[in-house]
Design a protein around this ligand. Structure first.
Ligand code: AKG
Ligand code: FE2
Length: 286
């Protein structure tokens, strides 16, 4: 058996021109939302959104990833990514969700929202979805992201899922640092949300009546790096105390014919099919 690592960093994986082009476009979008006012007022929020709501809908029709950024699917970087995914997941391959993720600097978040979402300790989610104007729901906006694994994003799936992330900005120096618990996939589909104990780079959580402890890694990710992890790997995004948004492109992949749990099938792009799948599934086109 190969080792059971389920978290990898690929340094300098992306083409510089691809990540720069994507970053310029997303920065432009972010500036536009700031000029026009990204957030609902406190009053609008109270009247329009239930406190536990998920905010306006980000669909395959309005998403930046499938519109202004759809050129990325034809880029050299995406081609390299699908080659690597084929190595890891096999030739029956789907990209089933593409997203632009923006973790806002706290200085750009209105006080009435900060009052609700701070302090971070003990909070179960850090999405800003409920507070933004519906017309800007074209990317995923966060203030932070508490410890979780991505099974929480695809609750109806069978979790044969991986996440690939292209950070388009630095993440350390307070810019929404991204931390991972590399061996935590061994815990599998844990009940979520949960609150772990975190002490001096050690992550502990109760599992099957025992406390399980794992080391935490906070990689100093660089633009052009690609980070890849299995849906069961626990991770966390800290507050963004810098002056700039932290921006990432995220692509989720799974072997075709598994249950990816996605309802809006417009998100799914088949990448390739094996000979046996083509032969077996051909009758559907007959
Ligand atoms: O903020 C990020 O870049 C990553 C957020 C996250 O938790 C994810 O993409 O699964
Ligand atoms: Fe995540």
């Amino acid at each position: 058996m190969a080792d059971s690592k389920a978290f990898f960093i690929y340094p300098k994986f992306a083409e510089l021109s691809d990540v720069q082009k994507a970053l310029d476009q997303i920065r432009g979008y972010y500036e536009e939302t700031k000029e026009k006012g990204l957030f609902l007022s406190a009053q609008e929020c109270q009247s329009s959104s239930p406190s536990k709501g998920y905010g306006p809908k980000l669909t395959s029709k309005n998403s930046l990833s499938y519109n202004e950024l759809s050129w990325f699917f034809d880029s050299k970087t995406f081609h390299l990514l699908t080659q690597e995914m084929t190595q890891l997941l096999g030739p029956d391959l789907d990209m089933f969700m593409a997203r632009v993720l923006i973790t806002l600097p706290t200085c750009d978040i209105p006080d009435y929202i900060l009052e609700k979402i701070l302090p971070v300790e003990g909070k179960l989610h850090g999405s800003l979805g409920t507070y933004i104007k519906p017309e800007f729901a074209r990317a995923s906006f966060f203030a932070y992201n508490p410890w979780h694994n991505d099974a929480i994003d695809f609750p109806e799936s069978d979790c044969y899922l991986v996440n690939s992330l292209f950070p388009l900005t630095r993440r350390n120096n307070g810019q929404a640092p991204l931390s991972f618990v590399p061996m935590s996939q061994k815990l599998g589909k844990i009940p979520q949300p949960f609150i772990p104990t975190v002490r001096s780079k050690q992550f502990s959580v109760k599992h099957n009546d025992a406390i399980q402890t794992f080391p935490i890694e906070t990689p100093d990710v660089q633009i052009q790096d690609m980070i890849l992890w299995h849906a069961f790997v626990i991770h966390n995004v800290g507050l963004n105390t810098s002056l700039e948004p932290a921006i990432s492109l995220r692509f989720n992949f799974c072997p075709s014919y598994r249950n990816n749990g996605v309802r809006d099938v417009g998100h799914i792009r088949p990448i390739s099919r094996s000979w046996i799948s083509n032969a077996t599934e051909d009758y559907k086109n007959f």
